[in-house]
Design a protein. Structure first.
Length: 240
């Protein structure tokens, strides 16, 4: 579980590096003028000039507190849309790109914070059952797929090195190595998920960058408005 949480946190860091690459053709001197603090209903902080997406708040399970948090989320979404329109009207491409990257990162975090742990748990249960049934060929098949997907396009290893690593791992598939194999399953799952999230974030960020380079601001607005709505719904769904 800790590895999955670390992976989701990594997406935020990655979004910052991606926007630097994507914005090389835009005005590097433009900066974000406002910082939004969702914990205060979208009010501005005087000591910062960067926009900030909503953060998870401490649990308060009272009905009034839940409704208040949902209202704050809606208020944040509305305010963010207005500020996005302002940036679009001024054609502040780098500011828009940075905001878009943060939005995509937040969406990936919220949409995967339950899915990835559940997927990993289901996979571990499946492998454990296969060990109990001594279906080692099926375990080897699962490992081969995970290994191939996790190391696909991995620049640090040659195809021969990857093949040797797979063979070494498959040779260890026997009952006495169950815990070792399960730990390797976790590592491979994390690597696979990391690559998939990174590729999705890059793809979405590049799409917005391409639209901005063509000055298709209306398309950018529609896509980011839809993304803001999705994030707001995910935020409200997670409030309990």
């Amino acid at each position: 579980m800790k590895k999955i949480l670390t992976l989701l946190s990594f997406i935020t860091v990655l979004s910052s590096s991606l926007v630097l690459v994507s914005c090389k053709t835009t005005n590097g001197n433009q900066s974000i003028n406002k910082k939004i603090d969702v914990n205060k209903g979208g009010k501005e902080k005087s000591n910062s000039n960067e926009q900030e997406l909503p953060k998870d708040e401490p649990d308060d399970k009272s009905t009034d507190a839940i409704e208040e948090k949902k209202e704050k989320t809606d208020g944040f979404a509305s305010k963010l849309k207005k500020e996005l329109v302002d940036h679009l009207d001024k054609k502040e491409k780098q500011t828009i790109m940075e905001l878009a990257s943060k939005l995509f990162a937040r969406y990936l975090q919220k949409s995967n914070e339950h899915k990835l742990p559940n997927d990993l748990s289901n996979l571990e249960s499946k492998i454990s059952k296969l060990f109990e049934e001594e279906k080692y060929d099926e375990i080897k098949g699962e490992l081969t797929v995970l290994f191939s997907e996790g190391f696909n396009k991995e620049n640090n290893f040659s195809s021969d090195q990857v093949s040797r690593k797979i063979k070494d791992l498959l040779d260890k598939v026997e009952k006495k190595n169950k815990e070792l194999i399960l730990e390797e399953i976790k590592n491979l799952f994390e690597k696979k998920a990391s690559k998939e999230l990174e590729e999705e974030l890059k793809s979405k960020t590049n799409e917005i960058n391409s639209l901005l380079s063509k000055e298709q601001y209306e398309s950018v607005k529609n896509k980011l408005f839809d993304l803001i709505d999705k994030i707001a719904n995910l935020e409200k769904t997670s409030i309990k």
